[in-house]
Unconditional design. Structure first.
Length: 223
């Protein structure tokens, strides 16, 4: 089932497997190779995408009041918090009441320019800086907000196992499942995240990147 579907059913996991078998343990060499790959790809993309990032920043500034960059605390590897960077795609009063909310595909809080940036995933480009800082990887489970992590970890078994690796700009769950805006979606997506945590490699990362490019350019697969 695991190899056929690209996911690990939560019902098949057990605490004893995590403790006494290989589980989701990460090898030193595999982690080093992934880090070298992340730095090389991120530096190259920052250089190549810098003109596009400047245009995006200008468009955001002209479209709506507020800062160009959006900064938000997310949960990283081993549960460590970090400040995630994105191009702002929502109104500055998106959470004026202080209540955290899931973002949805047709969220009315998204600005006109923000909708275009999200469709092409340009809003994620500032996270290349997070990768260079060592807070994120190019490929990995998407980082969630601490409020959502606490809630989901209390309701979904093995949820925190996804934090064994660094979060990513794109990921296996993103191309297989798409948006998450409910607890049910988060549970389904976790099964893809755990498959990635267990099986990641440079070849797997390259495959995920190619699938992401396919989604962005031709709209094939999940969004």
């Amino acid at each position: 089932f695991e190899r056929e579907t690209g996911r690990i059913k939560l019902e098949t996991l057990s605490p004893s497997w995590l403790v006494f078998e290989d589980g989701f343990r990460q090898g030193w060499l595999r982690a080093r190779a992934k880090r070298a790959f992340d730095v090389a790809v991120s530096l190259a993309l920052l250089v190549l995408a810098s003109p596009l990032m400047l245009l995006a920043a200008l468009a955001i500034r002209l479209d709506s009041p507020g800062p160009v960059l959006f900064r938000q605390v997310r949960v990283g590897q081993h549960g460590r918090p970090f400040e995630l960077l994105k191009f702002r795609s929502m109104r500055v009063d998106a959470e004026a009441d202080g209540r955290p909310r899931w973002a949805s595909r047709d969220d009315p809080r998204i600005t006109r320019v923000g909708r275009l940036l999200r469709k092409a995933r340009i809003d994620e480009l500032p996270q290349l800086v997070n990768v260079l800082r060592g807070e994120m990887s190019f490929v990995g489970p998407r980082p969630e907000r601490p409020e959502f992590v606490r809630e989901l970890a209390a309701r979904i078994p093995y949820y925190n196992e996804r934090h064994r690796v660094k979060p990513g700009i794109t990921g296996w769950a993103q191309i297989c499942y798409g948006y998450t805006d409910s607890e049910r979606d988060a549970r389904e997506k976790l099964e893809y995240d755990l498959y990635y945590v267990k099986n990641y490699s440079l070849l797997f990362d390259l495959y995920v990147i190619l699938r992401t490019v396919e989604v962005v350019l031709w709209g094939r697969g999940a969004h």
